[in-house]
Each structure stands twice: as C-alpha cells, then as structure tokens.
Design a protein around this ligand. Structure first.
Ligand code: SF4
Ligand code: SF4
Length: 369
C-alpha cells in the first residue's frame, strides 16, 4: 500500500462512480463548508455529504474579481471554484449548507447564494451558556426540517441514531490512524496520516471509508516503524493546502494534527438519548477560534502535546484569517510559557511564493528542538 496521490485518485474515482449511481436513483448531494454542520443529519435524510473547502491556488485570481485580495485563501479558493463551476463536488451538490462562522465565510456565502441554494446555519459565538446551546439546537431542528423537505425523506430518531453510530465509527478509525504515532517509534508520516483520514470527496460509502482507515492501520503495523525525527504537532487553520505539512516533513515528523480534518473533530456523539441534543452538544465542542473564548482549544492542545509527546508546535494560519491569527498570540504564550514547548507560527497562503522563506524558518525551528 502506498498512501500517495495515485491511491487518492483510485478512491476518488470509485466514490465518484457510486455517487453518480445514487444520483441517477434520485438521491441528492449536500455540500458543506464547515465542521460544525452535523453530516449525520444529511446521511439520515438519505443524502450524500461532501466537504467543499477548497485548496486550489490557481482559481484565486478569478475569485479576486469579486472578493478583496486581503481575504483568507480558503474562502477565495472555495468561491473561485463555485464561480467558475470547475469543482465537480460543487457542481454535483444539489444544496449547500453553510455555517455563520468567520466574517469572510459569512459574506462569501451571500455571493454564493446567487449561484446555488445556500442554507445558512446560525452559530452562537460562544459556547459557555445554556442559551447558546438552545439556539444551536433550534438551528439544527431548522436544518432537519429543510433536509426533509429538500431530500424528500423523513429523518426519524432511529435513522439519526444509525447515522450517529456510523460517524462515530469513522471518528474511532481516524483516532486509530493518528494513534499509530503515539509510541516512541512512529508508524506513519503526517502526510500519510492526512491521506489515510481524508474522506476523498463524496461521503457515499462510510463503511468503505472506515474499512480504508482500518486497512491503513494494519498496513502500518506490518510495515513497521519509520525513522524517528523531531515530533511536531500541527495546529491551526484547516490544512486544505498541504504546503506547510510537506515542508515540516522535510526535516521533522508531523506526529499529530489539531485541525478540522484531524483531531479537532473526533469527539464521539452520545449514541443513547435524544439524538438532536447529542449532536448539538458534540458539534459545539469543536475547538474553533470563531468561538470566544476558545478555552477548549488550549485544553485539547495540552492533552495532545502530553499524549503524543510533542517536541514542538507549528501553528499554521492562513493570511487574513483574523480568528486564527489573533488567537496565535495567546496560544503561543500558553504553549511556550506554561507548557514549555517550542512554538512557531507560520502565516501563509496557497501560493508557492514564500516556500523558501518557510523552509528556512522551519529548519531553524527544528534544529532548535
Ligand atoms: S476552523 Fe472553524 S470555521 Fe473553519 S472549518 Fe473548522 S470549525 Fe469551521
Ligand atoms: S481559515 Fe480562518 S478566515 Fe479562512 S475560512 Fe477558516 S476561519 Fe475563516
């Protein structure tokens, strides 16, 4: 098994074919832009979720015809692909679910709604009070009703519990992949782990996704350890572009990732009791800087640093992402001063123009560890 682009291409082609078959039968694809959207509701309604956060740099100049240049590349790239209709995942989405997170995304969704149907989920800005939970729960009920109407299927508590169980198995498998690197001798590079846990587009075959991750765990155990190098925890904005991950791995190893595709979103949803309340509670636990305060991110990072015996933390922040860039300062103080772990912030975009500069900074950081 080789966890590379060719592996992703094969998986992507299979999922694409399965999705087209389901679409021919009348099933619908629902595009999502943020980890707060509980995909369980989409699956329970008989839909196919797909994450639409984009990684293409080429499309950004087109997006800049409508959006300010000084905006996060993730927002610009996602909009550029929608505007030019060059992303198959966007193209085949019948409905878009967007969460009111950062300002860039919120305002971009308004433009997006002129291209395709967008349902905006209101999101509380803080999670530390009961009213915030009540509000979020009411938004999830609104989403439930919308999905039932648009997808033509009733979401029963039973179908929702089944979807919760399935996504919990996905989360458990994801954790098993990352836990391969908890020991002294790591078993996967960060680049391999990020490919292993990637749903690779349409989430049309969740048992197959779980199986894929479990096969990677078996493969890594059989292959044996890889050469130990300084152990880096990568935190920050979603790693939609792998530029920084690959640069770090030229001299070190990304042992764990605290971001939306990684260990930020693996908390299990309660499987018993009221499934809507369980989904609301679990999704509001996501340690996103759009929340103020965001104490959970500090707690999660402290836990991961201890469990994965991390030598250094790299905070990847996309340019013009105010939430992550501002949080980087107090976070650096917490990690350096309180946890006494070296910390490096890399602020960048999707272009290659600063690659050499990042290489120099990362090399100097790794040498110091
Ligand atoms: S970082 Fe926050 S806003 Fe961005 S995808 Fe994750 S949860 Fe959503
Ligand atoms: S990286 Fe930051 S600015 Fe970009 S979409 Fe996520 S939270 Fe918003």
């Amino acid at each position: 098994m080789k966890l590379d682009n060719a592996y992703m291409d094969v998986v992507e082609a299979e999922l694409f074919a399965a999705t087209m078959t389901r679409k021919e039968r009348g099933d619908k694809v629902v595009g999502v832009y943020c980890a707060f959207t509980p995909k369980e509701l989409i699956v329970a309604a008989g839909g196919i979720p797909v994450s639409l956060c984009a990684s293409s740099n080429d499309i950004i100049p087109v997006a800049e015809q409508h959006l300010p240049r000084n905006l996060c590349p993730l927002v610009k790239s996602s909009y550029g692909l929608a505007l030019t209709d060059t992303c198959p995942y966007f193209h085949f989405s019948d409905l878009l679910i967007a969460d009111a997170t950062c300002d860039g995304k919120k305002k971009m969704y308004e433009l997006l709604s002129q291209i395709k149907q967008v349902h905006l989920l209101g999101l509380p800005q803080t999670v530390d009070n009961e009213k915030a939970h009540e509000y979020w729960l009411s938004e999830l009920y609104r989403l439930r009703a919308l999905l039932e109407a648009e997808l033509g299927n009733e979401i029963t508590d039973e179908s929702l519990r089944e979807a919760i169980k399935l996504y919990n198995r996905v989360r458990e498998s994801k954790v098993r992949v990352f836990e391969l690197n908890k020991g002294d001798i790591p078993l996967l590079t960060g680049s391999e782990a990020s490919i292993a846990v990637d749903p690779v587009g349409f989430e049309v075959d969740l048992p197959g996704y779980i199986d894929r991750m479990n096969r990677v765990v078996e493969f890594a155990g059989e292959r044996g350890g890889i050469k130990p190098r300084p152990r880096i925890l990568l935190t920050g904005c979603p790693t939609t572009s792998k530029k920084v991950l690959h640069i770090i791995e030229e001299s070190a190893l990304v042992i764990a990732m605290e971001n939306c595709g990684g260990l930020k979103t693996v908390d299990l949803v309660e499987e018993d009791g009221d499934p809507m309340a369980a989904l609301a509670r679990a999704s509001l636990k996501i340690a996103c800087p759009c929340m103020s305060p965001n104490q959970r991110r500090y707690d999660l990072l402290a836990e991961l640093i201890r469990e994965y015996r991390v030598d250094g933390v790299v905070d990847l922040t996309w340019q013009a992402c105010h939430t992550y860039n501002i949080e980087s300062y107090p976070l650096s103080k917490f990690i350096r001063d309180e946890l006494e772990v070296p910390f490096l912030q890399i602020e960048t975009d999707y272009s290659d123009s600063d690659t050499s500069w990042i290489q120099v900074r990362v090399e100097a950081f790794v040498e110091m560890l």
